[in-house]
Write a protein that binds this ligand. Structure first.
Ligand SMILES: *Cc1c(COP(=O)(O)O)cnc(C)c1O
Length: 359
């Protein structure tokens, strides 16, 4: 069977062994005669999937039992509102603005009327970098960052050393590298970029932090409600959680977070060095010390019409999803876990040929 080389930004490619396992079990999960989609979330069969996935998330990242792992709905976007609703208690909430996804989170803070402050931003240079982090307030209710900026292709090499609890949107670099969880109070992301299909939001939250919530917040929007109910206060996305669990097995089989990070480093190094080699033709968006290993955004400055031709020709050569986000334009290659080094080699060969013909 021919599979396309998938550089989509999200939803995005899922490793073939994961899809094959899901296919094998699709009609009859573990030989039980029904699909995992067709069974109550209140059964032992489904609970086992759920609790296995929770244990794997904790174990891979090194989250202690002080944290709860939740699988919610409403996308990462609901978290933009749910986070301030639950965690703001009147002290300042600090935001570091690194692009579209943090701007959306800031907008929700604004609408809710909480006390917030944008303490650093890279807007002045079109979000091509992670800004320097200023002195932060130790009394802040939280400090909010986006670990990897999907559109602009920038990423924190490491998380800032905040004095208050750190909130991290990791939607586009979930399960791609090890992280330092020491200051992390809430870590979240939609799984559709690097953890499976759309429809599940992973939220890892320190249990004591969740207790801050005021009784003015509706039950369904409180983390405490879902912690108590093991994410089953309402019916969760059972199939999505099952797919995530298979994806986590794949991460273990590929050397854990350390192993996949090594591959992701190789892949992104290969692509960035190609862009640098051909700097008379291609121009990367991110400044070098802020480059993302997950999303590589670049342009063809001398003739932007070539960008569309690039994307169309690449598709003819079996490479999907290279069109840049509409905000930034240009070209974007997303190098999530399912993309292999070989896939990136094929892209780089194509880029060389394209530059030679059109340079
Ligand atoms: C895609 C993305 C989101 C939005 O995710 P939804 O699940 O569609 O709400 C938020 N943050 C980042 C960093 C993203 O890449």
């Amino acid at each position: 069977m021919d599979r396309i080389i998938n550089f989509s930004a999200g939803p995005s490619g899922i490793p073939l062994p994961v899809l094959e396992k899901a296919k094998d079990e699709f009609l009859s999960y573990k030989g039980l005669g029904y699909s995992i989609m067709e069974v109550s979330h209140r059964t032992k069969v489904f609970e086992e999937v759920l609790f296995n996935a929770i244990a794997k998330v904790k174990n891979l990242y090194g989250f202690s039992d002080d944290y709860a792992v939740l699988f919610l709905q409403g996308g990462a976007s609901l978290q933009f509102a749910q986070i301030p609703m639950n965690l703001s208690r009147g002290n300042v909430c600090e935001y570091i603005n690194t692009g579209n996804w943090t701007q959306k989170a800031i907008q929700e803070a604004e609408i809710l009327g909480i006390n917030y402050k944008v303490v650093a931003s890279s807007q002045d240079t079109k979000f091509d970098r992670i800004p320097d982090i200023p002195e932060l307030d130790s009394n802040a209710d939280y400090t909010y960052i986006c670990s990897n900026n999907t559109i602009y292709g920038t990423q924190y090499l490491e998380f800032p050393k905040t004095k208050s609890t750190l909130v991290v949107d990791s939607s586009s670099d979930l399960f791609s590298r090890e992280i330092d969880v020491k200051n992390v109070g809430l870590f979240y992301g939609g799984i559709q970029k690097n953890g499976g299909p759309a429809g599940v939001t992973l939220v890892v939250i320190k249990k004591d932090l969740a207790q801050r919530v005021s009784d003015k917040i509706p039950n369904i929007l409180r983390y405490t409600t879902q912690i108590k109910a093991d994410s089953m206060s309402n019916t969760p996305n059972t199939f999505g959680i099952y797919m995530l669990d298979l994806m986590l097995d794949w991460v273990y089989e590929n050397g854990g977070l350390k192993g996949v990070d090594e591959k992701n480093t190789q892949k992104s190094n290969l692509l960035y060095s190609a862009i640098d080699d051909m700097s008379d033709f291609y121009k990367g968006h991110a400044q070098k010390n802020s480059r993302s290993k997950m999303n590589v955004s670049f342009n063809i400055p001398k003739n932007q019409d070539l960008e569309k031709i690039f994307v169309d020709q690449a598709l003819k050569e079996n490479m999907l999803g290279l069109k840049g986000h509409r905000i930034l334009g240009g070209i974007r290659a997303s190098l999530y876990n399912a993309v292999s080094l070989k896939d990136v080699e094929i892209l780089v060969d194509f880029m060389r040929e394209f530059a030679r013909k059109n340079g």
